[in-house]
Write a protein that binds this ligand. Structure first.
Ligand code: ADP
Ligand code: MG
Length: 596
């Protein structure tokens, strides 16, 4: 049964864990052939127990037949210690909490040499020297020292991973290979004994279904290893070699790891022990499940689900659009998913040029300084002309072939939607929403700017007839309205004429804007500030225009995008709906399941 030094180490570690150890130290020399020691601070044995444990089938771990079905402890066969002591020079030292002295038993090649008292702290220390010396036939089958060492090291790591709460040390000769104090979590233990590079490419997972629980650490997509050495499996906390588990892992990853490379994983399956055949090969770690297909399906599904969660891949669900009532227009509009908005918010690194949260500069031209990046303002622009010519040759937004531009327009054939390529991915952009945001911030700015905001004359002045209350209110507001760019004159009782409107307002809509402004003021009794009515009227205008997609030329879109990116809030329109989404390249890689 004892095939090699690592198998001895395994039995001894399992006994220490069964004995409730908080600290386990493992030492070996010459691949474990000449010497190995496993020492713990567990509950130890009395002198009687110590003698008994060396008799065959002297396990203390099974008391009744039914225990066999619910084995929680590792050892249960009561064979390990007698077997080991029969083929080595075996020293057992052990003491319980209650015993005043410890006991030492020395056995050589199965022959008892001595039993004597010894001083020692609580716990058990087992030393195995000259393994298989007395069995030359066995000894010659042992591999090289290096191979045997690597088995011991691997095995010690496996147990250390399964029990982060136990302090583990591994010593080879005079060299400490690792010493890992009790850790809070598995990932900490991985870092301690395998190093940072492995721990960084793993992410914790936990999936439970049908009485099975899969937990542990799974390689993030994109990380793979040249060998299967970092594919580690446990069933009910015992390290196992399981074809089912490794098959499930590779199957789930076959689209995530390149051919011939292996995903790192430390997977713990917890499953009703009656569904596991651990008795088939007691000495081997290979195990079988009684409901093979069920376990395999559970594993593949759980791993796939976890990979997707880790990578942030969107799992396509039924597209269900929820609607909500727009507070201003009273119309039903698609509801905005705040989480989605947050998720696709562009990263700051891609926006070095954005004016963030700054108080508006007193000069509008600063805000608009990156307009018209292509330098060919069109006469037919539907957008009001800008106050100042561009001062930056900045290529923040440009056409498809303008390689230096951060955003490059690739398409705008679908209503208000435009598509840009960015270094991070693809931006889907809503022209109308951007237009509204830009106008809105210009309006806001116009209240901050001390000098009169620039106006644009209307081709034909518009007249407007008001009721007494409205007319009184408008008269009160005229000075303020004139500051923000309106030129309105009274030319008769309750009659007014608009000669010019602010540059930020579409002249065709100026009179409707004024009507909205007065209506909103009237509804609220005229108690608020002009500024807030002006803003509300702006929002109302935007809502009215919903659905009437204008067709923007490429240059207009580019200008819009440039202006938008210098807005204080480029993310949402004045009503809080998104203006653009950035779909990161990673998102596409996930969908294509390969690197781009
Ligand atoms: P098994 O683990 O299957 O019971 P072993 O031969 O490994 O059989 O151990 C025999 C018995 O010796 C155990 O049942 C346990 O009572 C005792 N024993 C072995 N190692 C330790 C230890 N490190 N601390 C306390 N008791 C131990
Ligand atoms: Mg045992």
């Amino acid at each position: 049964m004892v095939e090699r030094p690592a198998a001895v180490v395994k039995e001894l570690i399992e006994n220490s864990i069964d004995a409730g150890a908080k600290k386990i130290e493992i030492e070996f020399r010459n691949g474990g052939k000449s010497y190995l020691r496993v020492e713990d601070d567990g509950f130890g044995m009395t002198s009687d127990q110590a003698l008994l444990c060396l008799e065959r089938h002297a396990t203390s771990k099974i008391r009744k037949a039914s225990d066999l079905d619910e084995i929680q402890t590792f050892g249960f066969r009561g064979e390990a210690l007698p077997s080991i002591s029969s083929v080595s020079r075996f020293t057992l030292r052990t003491r319980t909490e209650e015993s005043p002295e410890g006991n030492e038993i020395l056995i050589n090649g199965g022959k008892m040499i001595h039993v004597k008292e010894c001083g020692m702290p609580r716990g058990t220390r087992i030393e195995v020297a000259h393994l298989f010396n007395s069995v030359p036939g066995r000894r010659k089958f042992l591999k090289t020292e290096n191979t045997e060492s690597s088995h011991i090291i691997h095995l010690s790591k496996l147990y250390a991973l399964a029990h982060p709460g136990i302090t583990f040390s591994l010593i080879e000769g005079t060299r400490t290979l690792f010493r890992s104090p009790a850790c809070e979590s598995l990932i900490d233990r991985v870092r301690e004994i395998f190093g940072k590079s492995l721990s960084e490419c793993l992410a914790p997972i936990e999936v439970e279904s049908e009485g099975m629980l899969l937990g542990g650490l799974l390689g993030k997509p994109g990380y793979s290893r040249p060998t299967r050495k970092e594919m580690l499996f446990y069933v009910n906390r015992r390290p196992v070699e399981s074809k089912t588990m490794s098959y499930a892992l590779l199957e789930a990853y076959h689209t995530y790891a390149p051919k011939g490379r292996f995903p790192p994983a430390v997977l713990f399956l917890n499953i009703d022990s009656s569904l596991v055949d651990i008795n088939i090969h007691p000495a081997k770690r290979e195990l079988r499940f009684r409901e093979e297909m069920k376990v395999r399906t559970f594993l593949i599904e759980s791993i796939l689900k976890s990979i997707k969660e880790i990578s942030g891949e969107i799992i396509p669900q039924e597209q269900k659009i929820e609607f909500e009532k727009d507070s201003i227009s009273g119309e039903m509009v698609p509801k905005i998913d705040d989480q989605l908005l947050e998720r696709f918010k562009p990263r700051d690194s891609s926006q070095p040029f954005r004016i963030t949260d700054k108080k508006p500069e007193l000069n509008l031209s600063t805000i608009r300084s990156i307009t018209d990046p292509v330098g060919q303002q069109e006469k037919t622009d539907v957008l009001p002309d800008k106050v100042s010519p561009p001062t930056h040759p900045s290529k923040v937004v440009g056409l498809r072939d303008e390689v230096h531009a951060t955003w490059r327009l690739v398409d705008h054939s679908h209503g208000d939607m435009a598509l840009f390529i960015t270094p991070q991915g693809v931006v889907v952009f809503h022209c109308r929403a951007a237009y509204e945001r830009i106008r809105f911030e210009e309006l806001e700015d116009s209240f901050v700017i001390k000098e009169k905001t620039s106006s644009q004359s209307l081709l034909f002045s518009e007249s407007i007839e008001l009721n007494g209350a409205e007319s009184g209110f408008l008269q009160e507001c005229l000075p303020k309205l004139s500051e923000i760019g309106f030129v309105i004159e009274e030319f008769g009782r309750n009659f007014f004429r608009m000669e010019a409107c602010p540059a930020w307002l579409d002249p065709e809509k100026a009179i409707f804007y004024l009507r909205d402004f007065l209506e909103i003021a009237n509804e609220s009794g005229g108690t608020k500030k002009v500024e807030s009515y002006a803003k509300e009227a702006m929002i109302k205008q935007a809502t009215k225009n919903l659905g009437s997609a204008e067709s923007y030329s490429e240059n207009e879109i580019i200008r819009l995008a440039n202006q938008l990116l210098s807005c204080r809030n480029p993310y949402t329109c004045p009503q809080g709906r998104p203006i653009y989404y950035e779909l990161p390249i990673r998102e596409f890689e996930n969908r294509f399941r390969r690197k781009l």
